[in-house]
Structures are given as structure tokens and as C-alpha cells.
Design a protein around this ligand. Structure first.
Ligand SMILES: Cc1cc2nc3c(=O)[nH]c(=O)nc-3n(C[C@H](O)[C@H](O)[C@H](O)COP(=O)(O)OP(=O)(O)OC[C@H]3O[C@@H](n4cnc5c(N)ncnc54)[C@H](O)[C@@H]3O)c2cc1C
Length: 409
């Protein structure tokens, strides 16, 4: 096959890129290759409604089953790309096959970081990335009376909320002093700690996991570095993810915290692009490279990459955005703050009742904002972040002052 547009990684980013290529009128061959056997699906429900049993399997897919054939997209599932030869414009497949490309998009995403302790490969130790992982965790919650969750990031917190909804006792283990401390800072991290404490979670911070205990290859608990032992019938590990950038690296592309691209999502090879979790893209508004591990980025960035692959003059400059749902707390976050690099947090609304907006400020400007159980404000928050204007913090904290006022001339 010749001169195809080839996409490696058949998940949200890959599927959206294929869709955009067709929407933009590209009539040539498109080959979408994924090592998973499922057609492209979205991962956020795997730790929320799908895990909770509130969403059907069919609801997670990016497109209906027939969409790929109807749009002339050759979907090759269960197929691993083992190498890229930029000089020959070819990708190599695990089955020995090769596919030539005119343009290549790497949308290979990321994979869970493994816990480097003895016993971490026992049965009953779960990582959550794929739909089969979510199925296994749901089964574990149905039979377990107590689980341990290691790592207080978004996956750990959402899985904890799902376990509590299933009536399972949770001991929550984290090295830092608070959940999400690096991402949110102390002020807002306290809100999430309080939320889980109120739901009966045994939160333990400032500790080191030494070993997963058990017998006969089955996990039975977690031993901490201080010698104490937490019994658990299942252990969920959520200690971060690593970008799947090995293909790019062995192909000789520039790699550093993911595949390094310009604002058009073009890698150091002019015919190879990257998008989604794996892309460390130059962001024109932030004035730096950034790799975003969130759904909205995997939804929107490949659309820009597809247009750039078709020769359109486009730069991806959307403000980073993510969301979470835990118990009765729903929130959206927009912007970007490097860990610890803000001057103060301004709250607007009722933090105790968890109905508020938090703004992270630096140099008098809003770097990021998070609306918690307050809706229809995130577009305005994004516009405020983009504007880079200095704000009056007293007025920002006052819910009586419309947010639009911070955008008015
Ligand atoms: C459980 C869970 C919950 C989440 N919840 C939220 C949320 O609430 N809010 C939010 O903003 N974000 C959330 N995210 C993050 C969001 O889902 C990711 O940012 C998004 O999935 C990234 O999409 P992607 O297409 O870039 O990569 P991925 O989804 O990682 O997909 C990459 C695909 O490429 C395949 N692949 C990799 N290498 C190869 C190869 N060599 N050959 C063939 N195929 C290959 C992989 O198998 C995979 O299918 C969540 C993630 C998870 C796992």
C-alpha cells in the first residue's frame, strides 16, 4: 500500500485524527493501527460511570462500529507497530508486514507507571488503563470487603470513590502529604482530602510502600517501609503514567517527556506528527512545551494535527482542560500551573459546601481556574487565562462580580 496517511494508536486521539482527515476532504487511504483489540474508546468512564456500573459498554466508544468502514478508514486492531523507518516512509508491524506512509501520526498515548516493589505483579494488583482493567476492578469490588489504593492522583481518587460506592472499605496510601499536591497545591488538595475523609476513606500520607504481601501469587495486603501492614483483598495502583514514545525514540525523532513537536504538532521529522498523551507540544499561549495527559487534549489536539498534516496553517493553542467526578463533586480545571509556581489561590464561593471557583494567580494574572460544582463558567475561565490580564483579587473573590467583567475593555 502506498501514500497512505497512517495513524499509530487507535484510541481517542487516533480516531479523532481519522475523523478530521475525512471531514477536511482528504480522499486518500487512511490506516488506523492499534494494538488493543477494541475499536477506539474513551477512558474517562473506566474510572467513573462504567466502573460504577452506570454506563453500558457501548457508551464508551468514540464511533459506532460501522463508522470506520463507512468512512474508508482501514482499522487494524490487535496490531502492534514495532518500528518506524522515516527514510523509507514505512512503519513495521508485529506480524512482519510493512505499510508505507505519506504522513504519519503517532498517537500512541501513555501507559501506567509500574510500582517497583516486590509482589507488585501478584494477582489482585490492578492498574487502570484499559477497559479490561476496569472490568477486573469492578469484579474485585463486587467480592472484596477492603482494598488498598496506592497513589493519590486522579485515577486513585476516582477509583476510591467507586470502591466506596460499591461499599468497599478503602485504605489510601500516598507518599506526599496530601492528594494531588503537585498539581493543585495545598489549598485545593485539602478539599479533596476532606471529601474522601467524609466518605469514610482511611487516608494515610507521607509513607513509602515496601512490598505487596500475599500468598500463592495472590495479593493480601501492603507492607509499608515502617513495617506496618495493611490487609487488602485487592490493591489498585495509580502512580502516574509514562508516554509511549519508544517508537519515536528508536526512529531517531526528538524525544523528551514525550515526542517533542512544534505548535503544528510536527515532530523533528517533517512528515511525522504526534498528538494526545504522547505529544510534548509547543504551546503558543504558555510559551513553552507541554505534555497534557487529559481527555480534552486527546479530543482536540489530533484535529489540529490532522489539519496540519493536510498542509493547513494551524497552531494548537487551546488552554489545557480537564475534569473529574468523585462522589457528588464534579469539577473542571483550565489553565496550567507548574508545581508550586503560583503566588496565591483566590476562592470565590463556598468552599465548605464545595461550590466554588478557585483561581491560581501568578504576577497578578490568572494562571488557572477550577470550578467545583459550579457550572457554565469554564469557557470564561479559559478566556481569562488566555487574556493574561492582571486582575483585582478582591473583585475576583466576590461571586457578585460577573466573571465576564474580567474580560471587558
Ligand atoms: C481510567 C482513566 C480515567 C481518565 N479520566 C479522565 C478524566 O476524568 N478527565 C480527563 O481529562 N482525562 C482523563 N483520563 C485521561 C484520558 O483518557 C487520556 O488523556 C486519553 O485517553 C489519551 O488519549 P490518547 O489517544 O492520546 O492515548 P491512549 O488513550 O493512551 O491511547 C493510545 C493507544 O495507542 C495504542 N498503542 C500504543 N503503542 C502502540 C503501538 N506501537 N502499536 C499500536 N498501537 C499502539 C495503545 O494501546 C492505545 O490503545 C483518564 C484516563 C484513564 C486511563
Amino acid at each position: 500500500m502506498n501514500a497512505a496517511y497512517v495513524i499509530v494508536g487507535a484510541s481517542l486521539a487516533g480516531a479523532k485524527a481519522a475523523e478530521t482527515l475525512r471531514e477536511e476532504g482528504f480522499g486518500g487511504p487512511i490506516v488506523l493501527i492499534g494494538e488493543e483489540t477494541e475499536r477506539p474508546y474513551e477512558r474517562p468512564p473506566l474510572s467513573k460511570d462504567y466502573l460504577l456500573g452506570k454506563a453500558e459498554r457501548e457508551a464508551i466508544y468514540v464511533h459506532p462500529a460501522g463508522w470506520y468502514a463507512e468512512h474508508g478508514v482501514e482499522l487494524r486492531l490487535g496490531t502492534t507497530v514495532t518500528g518506524v523507518n522515516p527514510a523509507a516512509h514505512e512503519v513495521m508491524l508485529g506480524d512482519g508486514g510493512r505499510i508505507g506512509y505519506a504522513k504519519l501520526l503517532l498517537a500512541t498515548g501513555s501507559a501506567p507507571r509500574r510500582l517497583p516493589v516486590p509482589g507488585a505483579d501478584a494477582d489482585g494488583v490492578h492498574y487502570l488503563r484499559r477497559v479490561a482493567d476496569s472490568d477486573r476492578i469492578k469484579e474485585a469490588f463486587a467480592v472484596a470487603s477492603r482494598v488498598a489504593v496506592i497513589g493519590a492522583g486522579w485515577i486513585g481518587l476516582e477509583t476510591t470513590a467507586a470502591a466506596r460506592a460499591a461499599g468497599v472499605e478503602v485504605t489510601f496510601l500516598e507518599t506526599a502529604e496530601l492528594p494531588l499536591l503537585r498539581v493543585l497545591g495545598r489549598e485545593v488538595a485539602e478539599v479533596f482530602a476532606g471529601l474522601h475523609r467524609e466518605h469514610g476513606v482511611d487516608l494515610r500520607f507521607g509513607l513509602q510502600v515496601a512490598e505487596i504481601t500475599g500468598s500463592g501469587g495472590q495479593a493480601g495486603g501492603v507492607r509499608l517501609a515502617d513495617g506496618s501492614h495493611i490487609p487488602a483483598e485487592a490493591v489498585i495502583v495509580g502512580v502516574g503514567i509514562m508516554p509511549n514514545s519508544q517508537l519515536a525514540e528508536t526512529a531517531g525523532l526528538e524525544v523528551g517527556n514525550g515526542i517533542v513537536t512544534d505548535a503544528q504538532l510536527r515532530s523533528s521529522d517533517p512528515d511525522i506528527y504526534a498528538a494526545g498523551d504522547v505529544a510534548n507540544a509547543y504551546h503558543p499561549v504558555l510559551g513553552r512545551h507541554i505534555r497534557v495527559e487529559h481527555w480534552a487534549n486527546a479530543l482536540n489536539q489530533p484535529q489540529a494535527a490532522a489539519r496540519a498534516m493536510l498542509g493547513q496553517d494551524i497552531a494548537y493553542d487551546l488552554v489545557p482542560y480537564f475534569y473529574t467526578d468523585q462522589y457528588d463533586l464534579g469539577m473542571e480545571y483550565a489553565g496550567y500551573v507548574e508545581p508550586g509556581r503560583y503566588d496565591r489561590v483566590v476562592f470565590r464561593g463556598d468552599v465548605q459546601r464545595r461550590e466554588f471557583v478557585a483561581f491560581w494567580l501568578g504576577g497578578g494574572r490568572v494562571l488557572a481556574g477550577m470550578n467545583v460544582n459550579v457550572w457554565d463558567v469554564n469557557d470564561t475561565i479559559q478566556a481569562i487565562v488566555r487574556s493574561g490580564r492582571t486582575v483585582d483579587t478582591g473583585r475576583l473573590a466576590d461571586p457578585g462580580v460577573p466573571l465576564e467583567e474580567f474580560l471587558a475593555d
